[in-house]
Design a protein around this ligand. Structure first.
Ligand code: GLN
Length: 210
């Protein structure tokens, strides 16, 4: 599935949203990520990205095409997971909004469309933990924000009023912004490292204590 010898197998959920841009970012890193439209592909993956788009639409398609349980089972098995923007909304434990119903894979509470209509889209240079001192140009498009993080969730970057916009817990990463829309590939590289089989942390707490 991947052309990168011994590299992790990465898939991007290709039901709706900007999955092609993520595929393009990995191509620049020399890796062929696959567009995932069939839940059975998940069993083969070391890492899955749920891209930005419209979270209510993606949630509906996830249900219709029976992805829900397959994503949960594979995350338990140790597949890395990265949600960007709408993807972050989908993997959260809770939302302050009524829709959609998130998958509950990361102990955060998220608020959709936090920045309102006036600033639908904006860019900001932020420092992201783990990427060195050089700032990351973060592109926010009708972006959500993280209102609460659980005990085991590490905050990698914050923005306005100190709300987190990049968080990580074991092999699960979430960003409120769109790294796939810039030429900065550092977060995609970080995700490749997280997806690497040698990366110890499993997503399943039980496995960790075994
Ligand atoms: N506001 C969108 C939603 O709630 C997310 C926007 C995005 O992914 N760029 O689904």
């Amino acid at each position: 599935m991947s052309n990168l010898k011994k590299g992790p197998k990465i898939g991007v959920l290709a039901l709706q949203g900007d999955f092609e841009e993520h595929i393009g970012a990995f191509r620049k890193l020399g890796l062929t990520a696959i567009e995932v439209r069939n839940p059975d592909y998940l069993d083969e993956l070391d890492g899955l990205i749920i891209p930005g788009g419209e979270s209510t639409t993606i949630a509906r398609l996830v249900k219709i095409f029976n992805f829900e349980q397959k994503i949960k089972d594979n995350v338990k098995r140790g597949m890395a997971l990265w949600g960007t923007c709408a993807g972050m909304i989908l993997i959260a434990n809770d939302l302050t909004d009524s829709y959609p119903t998130p998958l509950g894979l990361l102990d955060i509470t998220v608020s959709r469309n936090w920045f309102g209509r006036q600033v639908d889209s904006f860019e900001s240079d932020i420092v992201v933990k783990g990427l060195g001192n050089q700032e990351f140009r973060a592109v926010f498009i009708r972006a959500p924000i993280v209102k609460r993080v659980g005990q085991n969730v590490e905050i990698l970057a914050k923005l306005e009023k100190n709300y987190p916009v990049a968080v990580k817990s074991q092999k699960i990463l979430a960003t409120a912004f769109h790294p796939e829309l810039t030429d900065d590939l550092r977060l995609h590289k970080m995700f490749l490292n997280m997806s690497n089989k040698k990366h110890k942390a499993s997503n399943d707490q039980k496995h960790r204590s075994n």
